[in-house]
Write a protein that binds this ligand. Structure first.
Ligand code: MRU
Length: 349
């Protein structure tokens, strides 16, 4: 069995968080004690990856409620709405953030006293994290089923255990392969500007003894052409009703390259990343981040002072380039508009 490192640990009066900014040099845990700590950690990418962001925000809201000292139900509920909106503003693109917060607010509505609301928020946040473990394992199993023996796979960004609660989404397929004793080789792109591939995926897979080779982003075309790549497997931050997928900047380019080389391009994500309320990728808000992420590497300036910078954190891959969307409820292909909706039958969205 794999020894997974936990990115988010609920401590009842604080959140113990793996500081992903320090990896791979240092495995540091920090304690988040206030809602502002939670907002900052999400915004500064100390925790990142769509499901992990949602889990952290859920614990953040539960933590705030617990420490609020509020015992008036109406005041508590109305303040919860304000605090949820505040946490939701920490990063705009990954829909798991608002999904988790909405789930907590909905649970709070079902309770009849402030005390019960506070208890319920905590149990609901714990449940979200527990369910994500099971969800990711299933995604990993479905993802693994797509790969041939001795597969060569290319992935982008970090979609592993540290981006979720356990297993990860796209990386879940590689962990399952390892657990089943299957041979597999992964090419991980470094993922500029903040190097989730080099710092996190390369480290995570190496820790798990999964065969991984690191490449720079501009090597993807050459690797797809020359290294007998069987599939590209990536994660997602928001999948719209028609299957368009926002994921880490650079994903769209890799999808075009995969198409040009006749290589299947799969997206792996939980239902909590599917946003049926947003029609197409054109409607997704793409987060733009600080110029320093582009002008600096590891704190060292690599570009001239005062240079103009454009730094979108995500791009959108049109559904037409996606060979399949791997979820905990199976693999969706073809008519995404109809089939994504079918995944939610019997569930409220
Ligand atoms: O900016 P990040 O590091 O939060 O971006 C993460 C990604 O784009 C991941 O691919 C996505 O969230 C899926 S994580 C299972």
């Amino acid at each position: 069995m794999t020894n997974f490192i936990k990115p988010v640990i609920w401590e009842s009066d604080a959140i113990r968080l793996l500081n992903q900014q320090k990896l791979p040099g240092e495995v540091e845990y920090i304690f988040l004690k206030t809602i502002e700590d939670v907002w900052d950690s999400i915004s500064e990418l100390k925790v990142r990856g769509a499901p992990a962001i949602g889990i952290t925000a859920a614990f953040g809201l539960a933590l705030w409620a617990k420490k609020s000292g509020l015992n008036n139900l109406e005041i508590l509920k109305s303040e919860l709405g304000v605090k949820a909106e505040y946490l939701n503003s920490s990063r705009p693109t990954a829909v798991n953030l608002s999904w988790a917060l909405q789930r907590l607010l909905k649970a709070a509505e079902e309770e009849a006293s402030a005390e019960k609301v506070i208890e319920r928020l905590e149990t609901e946040a714990i449940l979200i994290q527990q369910q994500d473990e099971e969800t990711c394992k299933r995604i990993g199993e479905y993802g693994f089923s797509l790969l041939p023996d001795n597969a060569n796979v290319l992935t982008h960004c970090n979609t592993g255990a540290i981006a979720t609660s356990k297993y990860g989404t796209a990386l879940g397929a590689f962990y399952i392969a390892k657990e089943r004793g299957a041979d597999l080789h992964v090419y991980a792109t470094e993922t500029r500007p903040v190097l989730q591939g080099a710092r996190l995926t390369a480290w995570e897979l190496q820790q798990a003894e999964i065969d991984v080779t690191l490449i720079t982003d501009n090597m993807a075309a050459h690797v797809l052409k020359t290294k007998k790549i069987d599939a590209v497997l990536v994660g997602a931050d928001r999948i719209t009703a028609n299957g368009d997928t926002a994921n880490k900047i650079g994903t769209y380019g890799i999808a075009i390259l995969a198409k040009a080389h006749g290589i299947p391009f799969y997206v792996a994500a939980p239902l909590s990343t599917i946003d049926l309320h947003t029609a197409t990728g054109d409607d997704i808000v793409i987060e733009e981040r600080h110029a320093e992420e582009v002008t600096h590497i590891g704190g060292k300036r690599i570009a001239p002072e005062d240079i103009n910078v454009f730094n979108p954190a995500f791009d959108v891959t049109p559904s037409g380039l996606i060979s399949g969307i791997v979820t905990e409820k199976g693999i969706v292909t073809g008519d995404y508009h109809t089939k994504l909706k079918e995944l939610f039958e019997g569930l409220t969205v």
